[in-house]
Design a protein around this ligand. Structure first.
Ligand SMILES: [Zn+2]
Length: 280
């Protein structure tokens, strides 16, 4: 995870439709707060707050999130996965109900007043959102939880998941090779809740790390000091016969390495931890 800098330019649908929908939820809640604190037993429960995915999941919202996050999951930093998955518009503070721990029963209501709130929305992959984070929103001190829209929002010092834009997740989570480690208790809870140490993700990061290393080696190759024998060995290894092509490969590697630790790249945080000297 790296810090995401969201623009102050709120998508119009969140203003035109999101604000009236939020006001309607606040009015419903205020008319009868006690019923919204109960578990919903049936789909047809008249007191269930329903949320309109056509507002928070509107294409304009999703596309702006993707742009501002460089087409990466806000949690795992997988990039450009649109070829195999749609990706979710994720509510950092869960809208319908919340859990302090993974196996807790759901507590109601959720952060219904943030369902259409721009600062609470992020683009994420389905695995991070649907299999791991789900409705989790643990706090250090649960007595200070914002139970409704009248309560002040919890301070980041009281939250146990690293917020992708209100704070810098790189202060909470580091990487040794492809494996994440926690620097703080918030980092530990974040790795667990977002599933950042899952096997398939580690394998994918491992491959990426090897790719970065390979490009670093290529980018530092100095043909001016290489003997013809050395060049011939490189030609054979790469299956090429032409120095012009090798120069092109080296230049491409230099460009790749220059970008690898920047916020636009895949798995930026892991790359920065392993190669702190790369330009950021
Ligand atoms: Zn993810």
């Amino acid at each position: 995870m790296i810090r995401i800098h969201k623009s102050a330019n709120v998508p119009q649908v969140l203003v035109n439709k999101g604000i009236p929908a939020t006001d309607a939820h606040k009015a419903l809640y205020d008319a009868n707060p006690a019923v919204y604190k109960q578990k919903y037993h049936k789909v047809n429960n008249p007191f269930k707050l329903t949320f309109d995915s056509k507002i928070y999941g509107n294409a304009n919202v999703k596309n702006q999130l993707k742009d501002e996050q460089f087409n990466k999951c806000c949690f795992c930093e997988n990039k450009d996965f649109d070829d195999i998955a749609f990706g979710d518009v994720e509510h950092f503070r869960p809208k319908g109900a919340y859990q302090q721990k993974a196996n807790d029963t759901l507590s109601y209501p959720g952060y219904y007043w943030l369902a259409y709130e721009w600062t609470n929305l992020f683009f994420s992959c389905q695995i991070c959102n649907q299999r791991h984070k789900k409705n989790r929103f643990p706090l250090v001190d649960q007595t200070l939880r914002s139970v409704d829209h009248h309560a002040p929002q919890e301070q980041t010092s009281n939250t146990l998941l690293a917020h992708p834009s209100f704070e810098n997740p790189e202060n909470e989570i580091g990487f040794r090779e492809e494996i994440p480690f926690h620097k703080t208790d918030k980092g530990k809870k974040s790795i667990q809740a977002f599933g950042l140490n899952r096997t398939k993700l580690n394998e994918k990061r491992r491959k990426h790390l090897v790719e970065v290393r390979k490009n670093i080696v290529l980018s530092r190759m100095d043909l001016s000091t290489a003997t013809q024998d050395q060049k011939d060995q490189i030609f054979a290894l790469l299956g090429i016969h032409d120095e012009t092509f090798l120069v092109e490969i080296i230049n491409t590697a230099k460009l790749y390495v220059d970008q690898a630790a920047k916020k636009e790249a895949a798995f930026t945080s892991m790359v920065r931890n392993n190669f702190p000297a790369l330009p950021q």
